[in-house]
Design a protein around this ligand. Structure first.
Ligand code: ADP
Ligand code: MG
Length: 258
């Protein structure tokens, strides 16, 4: 694993993580007559971050759901660490691939701590005591160990999203997927969540991030993929993609969002 080239931004215990590469090959998926993914090839090197940008309806969320096997593709393959995972047990795969959604999906009537321990006791089979110790370590990583005993409703949206990130990290995934993780947040709360994500990237996680935050894509990602109508129309280093977009569709998209 490489050394992070900047200091972690959050105060929490910074664990090194070992991300593995994630890739798709010629992934196709239709919902009825709606051909949503039309041959997606991507490769994210171990320990790097790729951002997926593109207009609404272009298939970004569906792509993440295929990688996480919440949906099976009609055709094509999904690989972790160079190995196809389409025949693996989906529950096992979802422990290897963490996902954070736009809406945090925390259980409102459980404490922050209980939200994080749930997967540890149910999926990983940890005892309650071990799960709580482990969960607290991950809450510390996102700077929220002092909120362990409260219910999510008492937290800001940004704090709730960081709990959702801690919950995913507690499962010790090898890849993290983020689907517009900051889109539902008030503007002043976005920065803290992006900082947590940037820290995770610097610690060596492999991340596939659907986002409208072009600043994050520019400063954190090694790769940007532009999707439109179920295809990766253009991809490359963020500097190149943003400064010198080749396709007319990407030029038009960037002129609307930048
Ligand atoms: P994006 O995340 O880029 O906005 P999505 O992947 O959510 O795009 O959606 C791509 C297309 O797939 C849209 O036309 C959407 O209506 C359709 N779609 C997404 N999920 C479903 C589903 N579960 N059933 C039917 N159609 C869906
Ligand atoms: Mg989406």
């Amino acid at each position: 694993a490489s050394t992070p080239d900047h200091e972690p931004v959050a105060s929490g215990g910074s664990d090194r993580v070992t991300g593995v590469s994630v890739a798709t090959r010629d992934v196709h998926l239709a919902f009825g007559a709606n051909q949503v993914l039309r041959g997606i090839d991507l490769h994210v090197d171990a320990g790097t971050t790729a951002c997926v940008i593109g207009p609404s309806g272009s298939g970004k969320s569906t792509l993440l759901r295929v990688v996480n096997r919440l949906i099976e593709p009609d055709r094509g393959d999904v690989l972790l660490g160079g190995r196809s995972v389409l025949t693996d047990d989906p529950d096992r795969l979802r422990q290897r691939v963490g996902m954070v959604f736009q809406h945090f999906n925390l259980f409102p009537h459980k404490t922050v701590l209980a939200n994080v321990t749930l997967g540890l006791t149910h999926l990983k089979g940890l005892s309650k005591g071990d799960a709580e110790a482990h969960a607290l370590r991950h809450l510390e990583r996102v700077g929220l160990e002092h909120k362990a005993g409260v219910r999510p409703g008492r937290l800001s949206g940004g704090q709730q999203q960081r709990v959702a990130i801690a919950r995913a990290l507690a499962m010790e995934p090898e890849v993290m997927l983020f689907d517009e993780a900051t889109s539902a947040l008030d503007p002043e709360l976005v920065k803290g969540v992006l900082a947590t994500m940037a820290q995770l990237a610097s610690e060596g996680m492999t991340m596939l991030v659907v986002t409208h935050e072009m600043g994050f894509a520019r400063s954190v990602a090694q790769q940007v993929l532009f999707m439109d109508e179920g295809r990766v129309v253009e991809s490359g280093e963020p500097g190149r993609v943003f400064e010198a977009p080749e396709s007319e569709r990407l030029q038009r998209f960037l002129s609307q969002v930048l």
